[in-house]
Design a protein around this ligand. Structure first.
Ligand SMILES: [Ca+2]
Ligand SMILES: [Ca+2]
Length: 263
């Protein structure tokens, strides 16, 4: 009986190690890595929100069933305060030129399920000493064609957005910081958004805030993983399978190492 407890402890440790081999998902949006766009860059028809200010900048875009809503009326508030203390509401720094700030349909993103949707932060900081920018808050939202808010990442099971500083986000329009949904949220978004018969017409909105902002407008795009060369969000079962494999290997290694025999 005394040998059971260490085994259970080992099992739990290996499971935790296996689950956290992924970019560990404990927030409303998970930073996944940097993507480089080829050819004409990210631009085109997938821009969600473009904001510009010096210092702190904020913006919000939503859909009311008839038209785009930009600025404070579009902001979702009341979700948990963000780590950096700077939240997107009440907006106000949105750029409203052609193709700069608008919700997009799921059809436009090219995502066929919740594992595939991606959000790309593309900053223009002009390089040099002021090139750093901190993404202080970001919240994505899905709206039914009628304007009903279906889900937003402030409701994430993983908790609030984690601010992140990008020291040198070079490559305006061609280099972006990629975010995906927490894998706990993927199932929720699949159920509430992608399982709808009209999901292709569901609209994606966003709000975000940045600090240390300078130079040109900073953008968020929406797209799909394949367009960026990224894998789909791994299912938790993938990591549990990996953890099980590691556990079997570890047990084998312990036996080879000559752990005391039972009998
Ligand atoms: Ca800066
Ligand atoms: Ca900027």
């Amino acid at each position: 009986m005394t040998r059971i407890r260490p085994c259970r402890l080992l099992l739990s440790r290996v499971l935790i190690a296996g689950v956290c081999l992924a970019p560990c998902g404990f927030a409303g949006l998970i930073f996944e890595g940097v993507a480089q766009a080829s050819g004409g860059g990210f631009g085109g028809n997938i821009t969600l929100l473009s904001i510009q200010a010096t210092g702190t900048e904020r913006g919000c875009i939503s859909w009311n069933g008839t038209t785009q809503v930009i600025g404070s009326a579009a902001c979702i508030s009341g979700y948990p305060p963000q780590g950096g203390g700077v939240s997107a509401p009440p907006g106000g720094d949105e750029k409203t030129g052609a193709n700069q700030t608008q919700t997009r349909t799921i059809a436009q993103t090219g995502a066929l399920n919740a594992n595939q949707i991606r959000f790309v932060f593309n900053a223009n900081e002009g390089g040099g000493a002021s090139s750093a920018i901190t993404l202080a808050d970001a919240l994505v939202a899905f709206y039914a064609p009628t304007g009903t808010l279906l889900w937003h990442s402030g409701l994430s099971a993983g908790g609030p957005f984690t601010p992140r500083t990008f020291l040198d986000p070079t490559g305006t329009g061609t280099s972006g910081q990629v975010y995906r949904l927490d894998f706990a949220d993927v199932q929720t978004v699949q159920n509430l958004v992608f399982n709808r018969p009209d999901y292709q017409n569901v609209r994606v909105g966003i709000q975000f805030a940045a600090t240390q902002a300078n130079s040109g407008a900073d953008n968020f795009f929406v797209t799909n993983n394949a367009a960026l060369g990224f894998p789909e969000v791994p299912e938790p079962s993938t990591w549990i399978s990996l953890a099980s494999g590691l556990l079997a290997f570890f047990a084998f290694w312990r036996r080879r190492r000559g752990a005391p025999a039972d009998g």
